[in-house]
Design a protein around this ligand. Structure first.
Ligand SMILES: Nc1ncnc2c1ncn2[C@@H]1O[C@H](COP(=O)(O)OP(=O)(O)O)[C@@H](O)[C@H]1O
Ligand SMILES: [Mg+2]
Length: 440
């Protein structure tokens, strides 16, 4: 008997059931189809996953011009028909016997597939599957199997961000693009770059025979809104039915802390490669991945040499609070990062006002404008803190209005904390992050 597919320890456990299925094929199917010399093949589970078969495009050419038509159930006393459901309640694996029908013009080819559950030596449920494939049809069957594999891995559009290496498997991004306050041109350029890559750029890359893989870096001091931008872009991308993958840098999972390790980037790229949809990868704190042991691997990925990229396009958006930790080899070498956006602290009074109004909500009063000049130059996170602190004071004191004095007190309190911290860090030897490197 010819077998292929995964032959791990479960094969040993399944031998008995497989023998039963095999002898049923030997007596009930093969004699009637002897002229085609059916060969028994051990087949992977995605072959009898109905959710995979449902995704098969009817016109998909399998080679030698064959198409997959359908499956026809048949009775089989040795394989119960049982169904497995996925997390949203769709039928996935269905055991039992089915004739898989393929067509080329008027010609029909039939493959008998029989799948069954069995229990292994530790009483775990497992599945096994055999297919009786006409010998001459094996190459076509192989391409059918490969396409089933691809479909089983291909991601579908969801409303959630897939998390790699984080505490939870997915999250729903809530930040709206309008909530982000940035200089107009920068904000416009950023969205333009991201959206036009998916709408027009991917075709251009393809025409130029390049992998459709674009890499952007958002750089800026902490608290300027880079994480917020990622979240808003994630929300936008999900609305466009793109796949969004978030690579989490330093979270403990299942007892092992593998922090900013290259494995995660590799995993994200492989998920992106198997996607049949445009894919956005968010990689926060790129600097953390550029430690000596793995830097070369990360550079290779950025060069796009080793990564397989799905042909609908993959956009990688990395962020850093410490661009000076990213060496010249990454920043300056053409092609490694396609564009660097510096995300600045608040630069204009209008932006500081927009942010303060946003975070004060209904507590905003026109006389708060007096504080605006003092807020210019601070990151958005600081302005939000000033507002949140002042609002908490209002809540504690049961105030229905926020006076200018209380707002100013909140600002002064937070500013002196910040100054004291900066002084401390300076004395400790200049750990403080200076203004962002100007890279264009
Ligand atoms: N440009 C901005 N516009 C609006 N809010 C901002 C901005 N920058 C920071 N904030 C506020 O500060 C919070 C923290 O910012 P964050 O995105 O984590 O900064 P970074 O990732 O650059 O360190 C945000 O969730 C948001 O509430
Ligand atoms: Mg951040």
């Amino acid at each position: 008997m010819v077998t292929y597919g995964c032959c791990g320890p479960e094969l040993a456990g399944s031998a008995l059931k497989m023998d039963v299925l095999g002898s049923w094929l030997d007596t009930d199917w093969i004699p009637d189809h002897a002229q085609q010399n059916p060969i028994m093949l051990f087949s992977p589970q995605y072959i009898f996953d109905l959710s995979v078969l449902a995704k098969f495009v009817p016109d998909f050419a399998l080679g030698e011009d064959y198409r997959f038509v359908d499956i026809t159930p048949v009775d089989c006393p040795v394989a119960l028909r049982m169904n497995d459901l996925d997390y949203v309640g769709r039928v996935t694996h269905q055991t039992g016997a089915n004739i898989y029908v393929f067509a080329r013009d008027e010609e029909r080819v039939e493959v008998m597939v029989v799948a069954s559950y069995y229990t292994d030596e530790v009483n775990c449920w497992r599945m096994t599957c055999l297919a009786a494939v006409p010998e001459a049809f094996i190459p076509v069957w192989f391409s059918f199997s490969e396409e089933c594999k691809r479909l089983s891995e291909a991601l579908e559009a969801t409303d959630k961000v897939i998390v790699i290496g984080g505490k939870s498997e997915s999250f729903v991004p809530k930040v709206h693009w309008d909530e982000i306050v940035l200089p107009d041109k920068l904000k416009h350029d950023l969205m333009e770059d991201v959206s036009s890559f998916f709408t027009k750029g991917v075709d251009v890359y393809r025409r130029l025979n390049l992998k459709p893989f674009r890499k952007l870096l958002l750089a800026g001091v902490p608290g300027t809104g880079k994480t917020m931008i990622c979240s808003a872009l994630a929300k936008w991308a999900l609305e466009q039915k793109h796949v969004v993958i978030y690579v989490s840098s330093a979270v403990r999972r299942q007892g092992t802390d593998y922090g900013a390790s290259f494995d995660k980037i590799e995993q994200a790229l492989s998920v992106a490669a198997s996607s049949s949809l445009p894919t956005l990868i968010l990689l926060e704190e790129l600097d953390a991945y550029l430690h000596e042991e793995e830097k070369a691997l990360v550079l290779n990925v950025l060069d796009g040499n080793e990564s397989e990229i799905n042909d609908k396009g993959t956009l990688l958006i990395a962020t850093t609070n410490y661009p000076e930790a990213i060496d010249e080899r990454v920043l300056k070498r053409p092609g490694r990062l396609d564009r660097i956006f510096i995300i600045p602290e608040t630069r204009a009074a209008v932006d500081a006002e927009k942010m303060l109004r946003q975070y004060l909500g209904t507590f905003w009063q026109d006389d708060h404008k007096g504080l605006i000049p003092a807020l210019v130059g601070y990151p958005g996170a600081f302005i939000r803190e000033v507002a949140v602190y002042a609002l908490t004071q209002c809540a504690y004191d049961d105030l229905t209005e926020l006076s200018y004095e209380l707002l100013e007190r909140s600002f002064n309190g937070l500013k002196s904390q910040l100054d004291a911290r900066d002084d401390f860090l300076k004395k400790r030897g200049g750990m403080m992050f200076s203004s962002p490197v100007n890279i264009n």
